[in-house]
Design a protein around this ligand. Structure first.
Ligand SMILES: O=C(O)CCC(=O)C(=O)O
Length: 286
């Protein structure tokens, strides 16, 4: 079992809303498809986000969110009291007061450093929370591109801000290094409760969650982080997370940056990353 850290990262890199990456980190992200950055947001900054996160996860806005408030480990329609892996999509869409928050500002300028050759823009965000003692609160292994329609430029940096300490016991992020360089995207199928078609095409009426077949050669590494730290992963790396066998919550704030033109193409297809989108997947080129 391997755990990845990046001991040279930390608060000393912060100045105002800037967190300065080293050239080695930028190169590592391109090569490895993921990066860990410790102590990016301060405790004072995190406490401005906590109340929003907790209200969303408690279902305070569920009535207006439809499928954007769901459980990523279970089918749509699961009652809130049975949720294991709580997912609130697009929080700033439902509460615009969140737009431009400190996490957005810092992650944007880190994304700019990772992508100097293009224009990185915030594509979507989500709050993810694993309830304590929920061993089935797994986020099935996948590649993010497997969820999305095909676009010309696929560049992506998906940030996960730890709002709680995250470790193997409460189901931290895990990645399979090297899969970001595989020539072909792996096939994704709806999780077993979905009605996958015989030809492998995707039916997302039952659930949003997709899953890939793991390969015997896949070697998972874990990315444990403390509250206030970040992981960043690209669109091709195989990743997911295990269940929560601890008495603690795992709380994560995801913010994904993509090329501005890619986002324009997605929106033209009616794709906003909302689970309420009515994209006709049979007509989307994948
Ligand atoms: O943090 C997790 O458990 C999984 C999140 C994920 O798969 C993603 O943000 O792409």
């Amino acid at each position: 079992m391997q755990r990845i850290t990046n001991p040279t990262s930390g608060t000393h890199r912060r100045q105002d809303d800037t967190y300065r990456l080293t050239p080695e980190e930028v190169a590592a992200y391109r090569r490895d498809g993921y990066l860990v950055l410790h102590d990016v947001l301060t405790e004072e900054e995190l406490t401005t986000l906590d109340p929003w996160f907790d209200r969303f996860v408690a279902g305070a806005f569920a009535d207006e969110m439809g499928r954007d408030f769901c459980d990523m480990s279970q089918p749509y329609g699961t009652p809130l009291e049975q949720f294991q892996l709580v997912n609130a999509m697009l929080p700033s869409t439902y509460r615009p007061e969140l737009a431009g928050n400190i996490y957005h500002r810092i992650s944007q300028q880190i994304a700019d450093q990772l992508y100097p050759e293009g224009t990185a823009a915030l594509d979507y965000e989500q709050f993810l929370a694993k309830r304590p003692n929920q061993e089935r609160a797994e986020f099935a292994m996948h590649q993010d591109l497997g969820y999305w329609p095909k676009t010309g430029n696929t560049w992506t940096a998906t940030f996960s801000l730890a709002l709680s300490d995250s470790d193997i016991e409460n189901g931290c992020l895990q990645v399979v290094p090297g899969t970001n360089r595989e020539a072909e995207l792996r096939q994704h199928k709806p999780k077993d409760y979905g009605k996958g078609q015989a030809d492998g095409s995707v039916n997302r009426d039952d659930s949003h969650t997709l899953v890939i077949e793991s390969k015997a050669s896949d070697e998972v590494v874990y990315l444990p982080v403390k509250r206030g730290s970040l992981t960043i992963h690209d669109e091709r790396i195989v990743h997911g997370s295990g269940g929560n066998v601890s008495p603690q919550w795992r709380k994560t704030y995801v913010a994904a940056y993509r090329d501005a033109e890619t986002i324009r193409q997605e929106r033209a297809m009616g794709f906003t990353h909302s689970h309420n989108d009515t994209v006709d997947w049979s007509k989307v080129v994948r």
